[in-house]
Write a protein that binds this ligand. Structure first.
Ligand SMILES: Cc1cc2nc3c(=O)[nH]c(=O)nc-3n(C[C@H](O)[C@H](O)[C@H](O)COP(=O)(O)O)c2cc1C
Length: 333
């Protein structure tokens, strides 16, 4: 049993643009190879309207950070990237000061301090050492994930969503001693491409994931899977309406409806999704409309069911769990 993708039409209107803020820290960006190359590529690849790059050392050569300006930039962004070289297993000094000064009580943590909650965080780092050096027998001993744990915990503490860090090895250029300039540059271009892909994926939002979910949902429905599969995606107070069953609410009523369907119909059944329109009404809230061509056979009477139903769902994408939750599910014929 299949659900066809060819007949789906994704409504691209109403896409809510997600903004990326790059906090760049490098004390000598003019002489940088890796970070300068990465930022150059990013600026070329991404639309200005969706990207802000703030180079801390240029903005604050005296290290006096404008806290209000930095907090405003954070509030305006959905994805915050810290781009920097690894210096002594940490960030360059001004980026540590930025965290100390800008992530204040009442803003990022403490009473009322939830202003960054739900925003995404990504650390993008260039490393001097090789992959082998960041292993137990290498001279850097610890993995980069181990080294970044304090930042990871800080991000959890301010309720942002932590994305696995993006990093590349062998970025140090010491003429005639370590790497060649072209090696470091190529390395940086590859790093930039990975970062651009991440940002672009993020900017697209979760709309495509919603589409994939709808097809997966009906594949499970076609084989009349265990009810546990469906329940995990239903809001505990889900409101649903099915033809012939009227309005129902909550998991218990869904279970009774679903058991009656399993009793009644011969598996497999068939749902063909058509004319899918997904609209993001506000961030991570989706209004989903489509038709389903429903084909099944009743167990007892052997009667064929062949109907086209119209469905309208309200769905929330839970970013922490990275999964959809259906809040309202209305089916009509
Ligand atoms: C002060 C300082 C500290 C550094 N500490 C580390 C380190 O702890 N681990 C590492 O792998 N590389 C270290 N490096 C190497 C840099 O990470 C590397 O040169 C940089 O990522 C290259 O990027 P750039 O061309 O943008 O300067 C250090 C470099 C400097 C100048």
């Amino acid at each position: 049993m299949t659900t066809t993708r060819s007949t789906t039409r994704i409504n691209t209107l109403n896409r809510l643009d997600r903004k990326t803020l790059i906090i760049l820290s490098h004390p000598d960006i003019e002489r940088s190879i890796a970070n300068k190359t990465i930022i150059g590529h990013i600026k070329k690849a991404l639309p200005e309207s969706q990207l802000e790059v703030r180079h801390l050392e240029s903005l604050y050569p005296d290290f006096k950070i404008d806290i209000n300006a930095e907090q405003a930039a954070l509030l305006n962004a959905d994805l915050i990237v810290f781009q920097h070289p690894l210096y002594w297993y940490a960030t360059p000094a001004i980026l540590k000061k930025y965290v100390d000064d800008v992530m204040t009580w009442g803003f990022a943590y403490g009473t009322g301090g939830d202003k960054l909650k739900g925003k995404h965080f990504l650390q993008s780092i260039t490393l001097g050492g090789s992959r082998e050096s960041f292993t137990p027998l290498g001279y850097n001993r610890f993995s980069i994930e181990d080294i970044l744990k304090p930042m990871q915990q800080s991000v959890y503490h301010i309720q942002m969503i932590y994305n696995p860090p993006l990093y590349s090895y062998r970025n140090a250029y010491v003429p005639e001693v370590l790497n060649s300039m072209s090696e470091v540059r190529e390395n940086a271009i590859a790093h930039a491409e990975r970062l651009i892909e991440k940002i672009q994926d993020f900017s697209k939002g979760n709309k495509e994931k919603v589409e994939n979910f709808i097809h997966k949902w009906f594949k499970h429905f076609d084989v009349l899977d265990e009810n546990g599969y469906f329940i995990q995606y239903l809001h505990q107070d889900i409101e649903f309406t099915f033809p012939g069953y009227g309005n129902m609410k909550g998991h218990t009523e869904f279970n009774s409806w679903y058991y009656s369907i399993r009793e009644k119909l011969e598996a497999p059944i068939k749902h063909e999704v058509k004319n899918l329109v997904i609209e993001e009404t506000e961030r991570n809230r989706f209004d989903v409309r489509f038709q389903v061509h429903f084909l099944a056979e009743e167990k007892e009477s052997r009667k064929e069911i062949d109907v086209v139903e119209t469905e309208n769902w309200e769905l929330i994408w839970d970013e922490n769990g990275d999964r959809p939750i259906i809040a309202k599910y209305v089916v009509s014929v």
